[in-house]
Design a protein around this ligand. Sequence first.
Ligand SMILES: C[S@@+](CC[C@H](N)C(=O)[O-])C[C@H]1O[C@@H](n2cnc3c(N)ncnc32)[C@H](O)[C@@H]1O
Length: 436
Amino acid sequence: MSSARVLAVEALLQVEFDGAYANILTNEILSQNDLSSADAGMFTDLVNGTLRWERYLDTIINYCSSREIVDLSDEVRSVLRLSTYSYLIRGTQAHAIVNEGVETIRNLDGERATSFVNAVLRRITERTAEEWRIYADQRVEDADQEAIMYSLPNWIVKVFQSQIPDQLERIALFEKQNQPPSITYLRRPGTETDTTGLAPGNWSPYALREIDKKLSRQKLKTGELTVQDEGSQLTSWALSMALIEGPDLNWLDMTAGPGGKAVFLAAIAQMRGAKLVANEIHPHRAELVRNVLRRSELNAEILIGDANFGAWAPKSFDRVLLDAPCTGLGALRRRAESRWRRTEKDLADLVIGQRKLLRSAIAATRSGGIVGYVTCSLHPRETTEIVLEAAKTHKIEFVDVPRLLPGIPLAPGPFLQLWPHRHDTDGMFMAILRVE
Ligand SMILES: C[S@@+](CC[C@H](N)C(=O)[O-])C[C@H]1O[C@@H](n2cnc3c(N)ncnc32)[C@H](O)[C@@H]1O
């Protein structure tokens, strides 16, 4: 059986070269390898943490290596990154790091690079993690300072610098984005759940946090719980709580895959005698929606198709959720590699899609009905700018979303913006548009 470290390096190589998603890949590898729970936890953290901290780790490795990191073999680069992450961020002992790093490269690549890896890791362990931070902080160019020290691409740092002018607060956000998110579950609305091994969430009445892994994992199998960030729960909750006049029987989730919010909405719809239609463009993601609803014993009509050409009549829904595809800048802590894959060009393309989908959502909503526009983003171009632009060309008014969520410290409405460092949720945005 391969060690957790060798498996982690193999996972890093698949993420870098095969475009694998770390969260899906780590689960697959864990299901194929019989690791103890301590090793499984270490494996997952090594993969995600090394990916998140990549730019900072490369900077330190470059200070200690006779060759630039980009010129190293893929295996050597990955082993050095992983060992440096273990040492600088996880706090593993210096002597263990050197021995384990050499052993891991030997396992993957034979003897030829062992002395090089040994030399670089010895140099890195000559300073403590704190000493390296001070050293690097003095050496990096001012323009790259936050991006290197908090391991982000420069363009993403610039977005946050314009959003959060206060540097201390910005750093609190960067630090939060570099930590693994705590696991939060959605308790299916309308059912009683035995909460042994679970603690209440911070904000959502349906959120539970994991205390005992074994107990909560059992409930996942039965569909009593689904994994869902509290920010996502709050958006579905707000959409279901906004008052509307007249009939309230037809609900639409326009872009439903993989089905997290569809579970929440289907459960509330069922309690109120309403019906949910869950639409998704990709058949395999529509299948995920079908499965999660089945596991949770909930009903919804599943449609597969482009929501811009929806298989429904105009103005036929009372409540519509548009959880639009976005850069995911609000969920960087959850998708470890995404900060290195996303580009400004993606942002421009996504914004075009978001505008179009919002027009289609408004067209699908009856007069007096509402559209919840949601993105897991902190970028104004895919949050406020999209809905303010729609307000110029459509007869809509905004519902005050923070007023639907009392007890949560939020900026004044009408929009909702959740922040990882303020709310310990993903950075979710929501606007609710009432269609005239
Ligand atoms: C942000 S995700 C939705 C997450 C989902 N609401 C949940 O909570 O699990 C966006 C989804 O929209 C789907 N999608 C993208 N463009 C679409 C379109 N034109 N019509 C329908 N679905 C679309 C994507 O495949 C993706 O599954």
